[in-house]
Design a protein around this ligand. Sequence first.
Ligand SMILES: [Zn+2]
Length: 245
Amino acid sequence: MTAVAVMASIAGCISISPKMRHQQHPPRNLQVLAVSDRVEPRIYGPGIRSVAGDAELIVGCGDLPYYYLDYIVSTLNRPFYYVHGNHDRPEYRSNRSVVREPQGGVNLHRRLCRHRGLLIAGLEGSHRYNANEHYQYTQMEMWSHVLAMAPTLFINRLLYGRYLDILVTHSPPFGIHDGTDRPHIGFRAFLALMRWFKPRYLLHGHQHVYNNLTTTQTRYHQTRIINVYPYKILQLDFGPTPPRF
Ligand SMILES: [Zn+2]
């Protein structure tokens, strides 16, 4: 077993087989439906296929009811990756069942996943603003989440030549698309993650957008940061050079 394979097994990763090697690169272009924070009638209805029927991947950035996410995933029948937002709670259905996670998806919090060669990771929640235990973190706690992911990110670099393609978060980074009140202050650890691990995209929600003049896309070092509220159809570019922005 090579040193890289040993490190991969220690971190809970799977060493790549020859068959997987030619899947190391993500598709050059990927159409993504990304949603957050508000149920959008154009998505939650019969028009979803005309709006998002060509999406190859669904990304949830949090603060959405699970019935809405279930509708999107079951209608489009595409892979689904998500993080929780600070307002996410268990849903109590009429048949007395309790739904704690949206169906048919992968919770990305503190996880790194590979999808068709795409390296995707996530960090849930918002800045802590009250005593509720769910999906709120201090700046220090979010630093610990980022550092916990670092070994696997380094392994990605060894195995695939890059650390990460997409980071999915609920909160924006500190100073970019964020607010000044405690619930909406962004995370400083995201800035370091982008400088160190160079994801091509960071997709987030949490910060509601009420007019067209609000900045929703920002470049930070090699990362394009996109506020997806309430939904966006994104043409992500994973070509050898970052797209001009
Ligand atoms: Zn939120």
